[in-house]
Design a protein around this ligand. Structure first.
Ligand SMILES: [Zn+2]
Length: 202
């Protein structure tokens, strides 16, 4: 979502850009930047590569770098610093796929937060998968446990990434104004797999 253009506070030009006014170059107040995707000038979707996100961040950072405003007013220097902080926040949130999907889901109205998985009513298949993985984790002992643990860690990681990219693809294929065609329980299951990865890693 691109925020509506605002008038520049310095010259009044209506087409003031996101961070800098296109007409006079003055740094704009950062409040109207919108979501993290808009902040980086990226479409609100999951399927961005990390390289594209980092490149967008670097390009926007170059615009508001403090060196460019060393002689500017205190107000503009503060605006520039706030833009930079917002850009770093956006990069932190969007660079990792799990964090990017979680944020995108919250923007799209599906924020499961820290809700207990059972309250999100996982599907029977997801529920069984978690029970089986937990049972496998519980059986890890003895001489070969380290080998088995590494094997289980890989298996959980694969299930997690598979579901992560599956849900991301569904979100990207669903129009912005349409409800997402999967239940909150699927997102809860994704987070549960993520927690299990940490448990297996011990
Ligand atoms: Zn201007």
């Amino acid at each position: 979502m691109t925020p509506a253009p605002r008038a520049c506070w310095a010259c009044g030009d209506a087409g003031a850009g996101l961070a800098l006014c296109a007409a006079c170059g003055a740094v704009q107040p950062p409040g109207g930047a919108g979501c993290h995707f808009a902040r980086l000038g990226l479409a609100r979707r999951f399927g961005h590569t990390v390289e594209a996100i980092e490149a967008a961040h670097a390009a926007r950072m170059a615009e508001v770098h403090p060196d460019r405003f060393a002689r500017a007013s205190a107000v503009e220097r503060r605006f520039a610093a706030e833009h930079a902080a917002g850009l770093n926040d956006a990069l932190r949130t969007l660079a990792m796929p799990h964090s990017r999907l979680t944020y995108l889901l919250s923007v799209r109205g599906l924020d499961v937060g820290e809700a207990p998985l059972l309250r999100l009513r996982p599907s029977d298949a997801d529920h069984m998968e978690l029970i089986e993985l937990r049972a496998a984790l519980g059986e890890l002992r003895g001489r070969d446990a380290a080998v088995e643990r590494a094997r289980l860690a890989r298996a959980v990681q694969e299930r997690f990434e598979h579901l992560l990219f599956e849900l991301g693809a569904v979100v990207d294929a669903t129009p912005e104004d349409a409800p997402l065609p999967f239940a909150a329980g699927r997102v809860g299951h994704l987070h549960a797999l993520r927690r299990l990865i940490d448990e297996v890693a011990g």
